[in-house]
Design a protein around this ligand. Structure first.
Ligand code: DAH
Length: 334
């Protein structure tokens, strides 16, 4: 391996100019081909050269190899931009295209967005709260006493027992978080996941979604609550949907009610769809809102139950099985 030989190779690499992809392949194989490449051959020979010289020659060979690789890379870059016209494998217009699947919104998202749109029209703003909560926001501040059934270990997933950190059992905790930080008046909606340690069946799941609305101002009355719920239900289910308020009990509202819906179309009789009521003065006190000046109402409902009615579904588990055949049927058009 003498100097002249190496110099000749260097000049040949430097002056090479590929016009076509075939030229380039020829050039690559000539120098770097596995069997007969000139540089491949010299690299093999390198092993037999005495230690002292080997380092220096090795360095030169590596440089030459890099020169070849650079030429190849530059050609690819230039010709890719030019529209691959020198390439062996040209664009074949007869190959069928790949179809792109268009996704659809999850039914729970569709119902969620619909509720949001309806309540935004009458001035509600949207907030979210954490799914991991502490005892105070989920229970105590909402006036839920220690021995209340919803505090039962059966219902609540605790992450730590002491201090009590848990997965929220309802979205009412968002009321507390919001009211603590803002001064009335406000109208707020929150929608999200809640968790309860319930046996999984067609009617119940360990996780489901709730929508929570609350409205605080001077002189808010039960009549305002009724009108807004009526507006919401008619917007969701049409003008023919009837509702009734049944007296009920929630620790954080007084008076409290449950709302049932009746739609001829759904053939299901009266169905309970939400809880609501006037926010208890004690709850307002817990978040430093003066209940002598302000009053308000709140309501909470399960999104799956609404989706059941809208889409005539009767098993809550179907929403969460991720079965594409089920999920792609829903259109954002009710
Ligand atoms: N948090 C209640 C539950 O999960 C539902 C509820 C009832 C929410 C009355 C409210 C309300 O805001 O006023 O069962």
């Amino acid at each position: 391996m003498d100097k002249n030989e190496i110099e000749k190779i260097r000049v040949e690499i430097k002056s090479f100019h590929a016009k076509t992809y075939e030229d380039l392949e020829f050039f690559r194989i000539k120098f770097l081909g596995k069997k007969k490449g000139i540089l491949t051959f010299l690299f093999k020979k390198l092993k037999k050269i005495p230690d002292k010289k080997r380092k220096n020659i090795g360095k030169i060979l590596n440089e030459l190899k890099k020169n070849v690789q650079d030429k190849i890379q530059i050609f690819h870059k230039k010709n890719f931009i030019k529209g691959e016209k020198h390439y062996k494998y040209k664009f074949d217009p007869t190959i069928p295209g790949k179809s792109i699947e268009i996704g659809s919104l999850h039914p729970i998202s569709i119902v969620k967005n619909r509720i949001l749109d309806i309540l935004k029209m009458i001035g509600f703003s949207y907030v979210e709260g954490p799914e991991i909560e502490n005892d105070w926001h989920n229970f105590t501040a909402l006036n839920i006493p220690i021995d209340h059934p919803s505090r039962d270990m059966q219902d609540t997933f605790f992450l730590y027992k002491n201090p009590d950190i848990l997965l929220r059992t309802h979205t009412s905790s968002v009321q507390i978080r919001y009211m603590k930080k803002h001064n009335p008046p406000f109208r707020v909606l929150s929608i999200g996941k809640v968790y309860r340690n319930e046996t999984i069946s067609s009617r119940s799941n360990f996780m489901f979604h709730q929508a929570e609305g609350f409205y605080i101002d001077k002189k808010v009355s039960f009549l305002d609550l009724k009108k807004i719920i009526q507006y919401l239900i008619n917007s969701l289910f049409g003008e023919k949907a009837k509702i009734r308020f049944r007296p009920s009990y929630f620790p954080f509202t007084e008076p409290s009610a449950e709302v049932d819906i009746y739609c001829d179309d759904y053939n299901a009789g009266w169905l309970e769809i939400m809880g609501c009521g006037m926010i208890d003065p004690q709850v307002l006190k817990n978040v430093n809102i003066d209940s002598e000046i302000y009053s308000g109402f709140a309501f909470g409902m399960g999104i799956e139950r609404l989706a059941h009615l809208i889409y005539k579904i009767n098993d809550i588990r179907t929403y969460f099985e991720n079965d594409i055949c089920f999920l792609k049927q829903f259109k954002n058009d009710f």
